[in-house]
Write a protein that binds this ligand. Structure first.
Ligand SMILES: Nc1ncnc2c1ncn2[C@@H]1O[C@H](COP(=O)(O)OP(=O)(O)OP(=O)(O)O)[C@@H](O)[C@H]1O
Ligand SMILES: [Mg+2]
Length: 814
């Protein structure tokens, strides 16, 4: 359809003209032109052209003649009505009667104009076009209205709204079926405003009535609209929540309608309520969680911290105050590195690097400085989150201390156990040495007796042969026998020394002097390949020691050293003052006290562990048969112990050995005596008689022979009792010479009894196995140790009997 012809705009009008007369057509056009109508003219002269134009061309108006050669105007009208009913149709005819005109208009023509009165044509055309235009407008408006009504209906339907229309003037309420349904009424029920109010829930009724009354009362535009919610009450068949949205409409300040819609919001409200409940619960839960977390944060004894990777503390909990003594607030923003012990820094930095790379760090420990300057051990767990990390730390200082204390205690226990083991070992070693000592001394005792007999007889024979002037092979053989027996005597002496059963005569001695005086002897003993050095302490304390024995000891050690240095080396004899404080580590070592130490060091092959463990045992030797008897160190040991000191060996295989002998410090200085001399046996006082008691007849016999040689008269007794009998009987007895160890009455007892019988009777003891406790009181001069040398016997007997005559005959013993 072409654009509507608007007045004033004067668009071109497309005119379809059905006219067979050329002249009439021109005339018609002229009239239209004259009237100022712009138009295009489409002319049809017969039915075919007319139909074609209607079907194919655009046209705004039809002008038609009534009488045409092939068909008439009424047929044309019918065709137009059928094909284009909205296009105005005007008859332009020559002869039109009243009846025709009425008929034409009845059949749908818009107008008619007489050809003889064409001046009316333009007006008729314009009016027809205008009417068509209006019709078109109306149709469009109606269409739009119906569309919008449809939309509203759809909307109302879609939104499931109920309609509500109240006339407040008479209380009439018009509702649709849905509103009735909402109110629990049948679809066709009559309803008034009053009845409606009864259906509202009593709790909401007054409020709703007041609200509606307010809207109806007017006021400003806002008051006239109402949006509210209410419940239907028990009077309605169902209880539900409804929302009313309505508007009061006014005519001349009087409310004539109050219209709106109702919506069932029961479900919505339930859902909303549920949602609200849910939201409230959630809120409460969140609040509770937050409170819990805050409580943990505040009350925990563990350290909580949020910190950045560059070392800043962002947040810390109050535990930092209780555990580390800092004001938690002051720590915020501080650098936590400053709190860490510098020995732990590297590890902590490693952990922070791990965290910064987004990984969870393994549990770690470090020390943090307490505000009071002490250190606390903290065990940490940390996780990274964004640009920071979260750390939880526990104070494990006490646990650590406990663990350390436990470890220490364990160590102590282990040390105690080791100490006990050592003491037990020492005890075992001592018991062994003790047992061996007893065995040794028993053997030594018996051997002494035998050797006394052998040596005594050898000397006796030697002297006899000398006297007879016999010489040669026999004397030599006797010499060998004597040497062998003397060597045996030396061994028994060493055995006795080991079992600490030798008679010692301790005196204050300057060991420096002793060493000096032995220098020559030592050098000759060592031979040319070994260099001898001495390191002698000036102001050396004097030692309380048997001077003869210490010389033997030094010699012994020097020989061991020489044997260890077969290819040469050096031997050092050293003296020193030593204060020992601790308990001895080995049985041979000295206990706490002041000692004069004498050490002999060599650069020899040293000792292995096994050799060292047994070195002091008697008869232990690594030397070839005939080269060592294994008694040297045993003697050193026994001597040192018996003297009240001890001995220690420091040795390393392949490097050398030092044997240090510790001797007790003497209270007094040594007396400066000339070299020891020995008085040769003086002649016996004339007629002097000795009573000799010895249970061993061989020993007794050889002793008696010697005494007789010296010129004494001798009475022999085999036991203490026999001796006492002799004392009771015999006339002259000047001296009682008693063996100490005898079955029945021993030497001391015999002497005691004898002195009861003959008060003031001088006595001498012979002993090979001196019970030192029993003879402690007896002076050295009254003891003769077996196997004795002839001259010793003669000298001591003569000395007791007052024979000083030989005092000018002296001989150097060495
Ligand atoms: N200075 C030393 N260097 C290396 N080993 C030594 C030394 N002194 C002693 N020994 C070792 O200790 C062992 C025992 O020594 P000890 O003096 O008791 O006996 P011995 O020397 O073998 O024999 P004896 O001394 O009775 O002639 C020796 O056989 C030797 O193995
Ligand atoms: Mg030796």
């Amino acid at each position: 359809m072409p654009d509507a012809v608007g007045r004033g705009r004067a668009p071109e009008v497309s005119v379809l003209l059905l006219e067979d007369s050329e002249i009439d057509a021109e005339l018609l056009a002229a009239h239209l032109e004259k009237a100022g109508i712009e138009f295009t003219l489409l002319r049809a002269t017969n039915r075919r052209e007319f139909v074609h134009a209607l079907e194919e061309e655009r046209c705004d108006i039809i002008l038609a003649d009534y009488s045409l050669p092939d068909f008439d105007g009424l047929s044309a009208l019918n065709i137009a009505r059928a094909l284009q009913p909205d296009i105005p149709f005007i008859f332009v005819s020559g002869v039109v009667g009243e009846e025709f005109a009425t008929n034409a208009l009845k059949r749908g023509a818009t107008d008619y104009v007489l050809k003889r009165n064409l001046t009316r044509l333009a007006t008729a055309v314009e009016r027809a076009l205008e009417q068509a235009h209006e019709r078109e407008e109306r149709r469009r408006a109606e269409e739009a209205l119906s569309r919008s009504q449809m939309r509203a209906r759809l909307a109302i339907e879609g939104a499931r709204l109920g309609l509500w229309d109240l006339d407040p003037r008479n209380g009439r309420l018009e509702c649709d079926a849905r509103t009735r349904d909402f109110l629990g009424l049948p679809a066709d029920a009559e309803i008034t405003y009053k009845r409606f109010l009864r259906l509202v829930h009593p709790d909401d009724r007054a409020t709703l009535e007041a609200e509606i009354a307010g809207a109806i009362a007017g006021g400003d535009e806002q008051d006239r609209a109402l949006v509210t919610e209410f419940r239907t009450g028990p009077e309605a068949a169902v209880e539900r929540w409804l929302a009313l949205r309505a508007q009061a409409l006014f005519t001349d300040e009087t409310c004539t309608r109050f219209v709106g819609v109702l919506r069932d919001i029961t479900e919505e409200r339930r859902a909303r309520q549920e949602l609200k409940g849910f939201a409230e619960k959630l809120e409460q839960e969140v609040a509770e969680r937050t409170a819990e977390r805050d409580r943990i944060w505040r009350l925990s004894r563990d350290l909580f911290a949020v910190a950045t990777f560059d070392g800043r503390l962002r947040r810390v909990n109050p535990a930092w105050e209780s555990v580390l003594g800092y004001d938690a607030g002051a720590l915020v923003d501080s650098d936590f590195h400053l709190l860490i012990h510098k020995e732990d820094l590297a590890e902590v930095e490693g952990v922070i690097r791990t965290l910064a790379s987004g990984q969870v760090a393994p549990r770690f420990e470090d020390r943090l400085r307490h505000a009071d300057g002490s250190w606390r051990w903290i065990s940490w767990t940390a996780v990274p989150e964004g640009d920071a990390f979260y750390a939880v730390g526990r104070d494990i200082t006490e646990e650590k201390a406990a663990a350390e204390a436990l470890a220490e205690r364990n160590e102590q226990l282990a040390a105690q156990m080791a100490e006990r083991e050592r003491v037990e070992k020492e005890l075992r070693q001592m018991q062994r040495l003790e047992a061996v000592g007893q065995l040794t001394s028993g053997v030594a005792h018996d051997f002494n007796n035998l050797l006394t007999v052998i040596l005594g007889n050898i000397r006796f024979i030697e002297r006899t042969l000398q006297r007879e002037g016999l010489d040669g092979g026999v004397v030599d053989r006797l010499g060998h026998m004597r040497n062998a027996a003397e060597r045996g005597a030396k061994l028994t002496g060493q055995m006795l020394a080991f079992s600490r059963r030798q008679k010692l005569e301790p005196k204050p001695v300057d060991l420096n002097d002793t060493v000096e005086s032995m220098r020559e002897l030592l050098q000759s003993t060592l031979g040319g390949t070994v260099r001898l050095e001495t390191v002698l302490k000036t102001d050396l304390w004097s030692a309380l020691v048997d001077p003869t024995q210490i010389e033997l000891i030094i010699l012994n050690l020097a020989i061991n050293a020489r044997d260890a240095m077969e290819v040469g080396g050096s031997l050092t004899v050293e003296t020193a003052n030593v204060m020992i404080k601790g308990e001895p580590g080995r049985p041979e070592e000295p206990g706490p006290g002041e000692y004069v130490m004498l050490a002999v060091s060599d650069t020899g092959h040293g000792m292995s562990e096994e050799v060292l463990a047994k070195a002091f045992e008697p008869f232990f030797t690594t030397k070839a048969v005939g080269r060592g008897s294994g008694l040297g160190l045993a003697q050193v040991y026994g001597f040192a112990k018996q003297s009240g000191g001890g001995v220690a060996i420091r040795t390393r295989e392949g490097e050398g050995t030092t044997v240090s002998v510790y001797l007790p410090r003497a209270a007094e200085a040594p007396a400066r005596l000339p070299a020891r001399r020995e008085v040769e046996a003086p002649a016996a006082p004339a007629g002097a008689t000795v009573l000799l008691v010895d249970d061993d007849s061989a020993v007794r016999e050889v002793t008696a022979s010697l005494l007789r040689e010296f010129g004494y008269g001798v009475i022999e007794a085999g036991s203490g009792n026999a001796a006492l009998d002799a004392l009771r009987g015999a006339a002259r007895i000047d001296l009682l010479l008693a063996d100490y160890a005898m079955p029945g009455m021993n030497g001391v007892e015999t002497v005691r009894e004898a002195q009861r019988l003959r008060p003031g009777l001088p006595s001498l003891f012979i002993t090979g196995f001196a019970d030192l406790a029993a003879l402690r009181e007896v002076g050295e001069e009254r003891i003769i140790q077996k196997p004795f040398r002839d001259d010793e016997l003669g000298r001591k007997v003569a000395a007791i009997l007052g024979g000083e005559r030989g005092a000018n005959v002296v001989s150097l013993r060495r």
